[in-house]
Design a binder for this molecule. Structure first.
Ligand code: SAH
Length: 373
């Protein structure tokens, strides 16, 4: 069995540049190195981001294509499995990466456009008790091009423009900070997919130091915080990250994020029967958010997304019944906190994250491992 370090070494020692991970400036350097003028990089960048490989580009000379092939490679995630919900048209992909590892992406169709939910790592090391993605630990980080590749491949496969992105798939985006940041700049680029930052949400379990960094990046993306508890004792039991940064430290970082970006913050709260779903928990949650994020001088726009826990066999955790969920919502709203229960899209295809990859037996060591070119 390969160790994690050996596996990432495969990627690191890869001498060829991954075209989808390159910024326009880096692509310009690459074009210059194969004897092409700098200005041609823009066209290449735009075609790559629309899902064309250099081999398919008729506007590049054969010799240039050959030279590019010697120093770089282009690989889009390949559709390993695809499930389409008969109920609402949600499409779930299991994508195979160039080294054989798999990640999941989901395309959800809303009236305001198509949204793709993408992964940021193969596996996850955050250890949240209810989450299927973390069961085999983290295998490796995704490159910027592999994160972007999911959007391109999903768009190509479904044949419709994707206008919104949520980083809520497998992995903790703020545990792969540099690659995620590079991805955000690539996907927002006017010469690429040009998806506006206001149409992008990033969900984090609370890697506080990187929330402060993100606040300084001048990217107006929406931050979603996976809170899931209203007191430190409960949160530490279900989310190990809380032992590193507690709720008060997390909410201070949220205040700073809002002060820097003026963007609404949403809080994810997974309802688990007998753990965090009582009316008393709801009242404590409302008090927590009101006292930490709202004052007479500053009212931060916040929203709570309630998600009845999806049952993951290994966790043994169950969702509360509908009546308890309704009582929880009412208790929050009585204290001025807006809350919605997440509409369950793709319930017939098990569209919540991590479950397809595990079902495919790809929870740790990649099967059919081959090196990226
Ligand atoms: N690591 C990031 C993003 C990935 S998970 C984060 O923690 O936010 C996306 C959301 O789904 C998170 O709010 C996560 O806590 C939640 N989630 C994970 N497993 C779940 C399950 N079994 N049931 C309900 N929500 C779950």
């Amino acid at each position: 069995m390969k160790t994690e370090a050996e596996k990432t070494d495969n990627i690191k020692t890869n001498k060829k540049a991954e075209l989808l991970s390159l910024s326009l400036t880096e692509l310009e350097e690459l074009m210059l190195s194969v004897g092409e003028p700098r200005y041609r990089a823009k066209q290449l960048f735009s075609q790559l981001h629309r899902g064309l490989s250099p081999a398919e580009m008729t506007n590049i000379g054969k010799l240039t294509r050959q030279k590019l092939g010697e120093i770089s490679y282009y690989h889009l995630p390949e559709v390993e499995r695809k499930l389409v919900s008969a109920i609402d048209g949600t499409v779930k992909y299991l994508f195979r990466l160039c080294d054989g590892n798999c990640v999941e992406s989901v395309v959800m169709k809303y009236e305001h456009g198509n949204t793709v939910c993408i992964s940021s790592q193969v596996g996850c090391r955050m250890g949240c008790r209810f989450c299927a993605s973390t069961i085999g630990g983290k295998v490796r980080d995704l490159t910027p091009g592999e994160i972007l590749g999911q959007v391109i491949a999903a768009q190509k496969d479904c044949g419709e423009r994707i206008s919104n992105i949520v980083m809520m798939g497998i992995g903790e985006p703020l545990d792969n900070y540099d690659n995620v940041l590079k991805f955000l700049r690539l996907v927002g680029s006017p010469d690429g997919l040009n998806i506006g930052y206001r149409h992008i949400s990033l969900s984090s379990c609370g890697v506080v130091d990187n929330i402060y960094r993100l606040a300084r990046e001048n990217l107006p993306i929406t931050l979603s915080i996976s809170l899931h508890a209203s007191d430190d004792e409960t949160r530490s039991q279900i989310m190990p990250i809380n032992n590193r940064w507690n709720i008060s430290e997390l909410l201070s970082a949220c205040r700073e994020y809002f002060a820097a970006t003026n963007r609404k913050i949403s809080f994810e709260y997974t309802l688990i029967d007998g753990k965090n779903s009582s009316v008393a928990s709801a009242e404590r949650l409302a008090a927590l958010l009101n006292s930490n994020l709202r004052s007479k001088t500053q009212t931060m726009p916040i929203h709570v997304n309630l998600i009845p826990v999806n049952e993951v066999e290994e966790s043994g955790l169950k969702p509360p019944d509908k009546k308890s969920v309704a009582k929880f919502v009412a208790a929050l709203e009585a204290k001025g906190i807006r809350a919605t229960v997440r509409r369950k899209l793709g319930s017939d295809i098990n569209a919540s994250c991590g479950q397809l990859r595990r079902a495919a037996g790809n929870s740790g060591e990649a099967t059919d491992v081959k090196n990226c070119e």
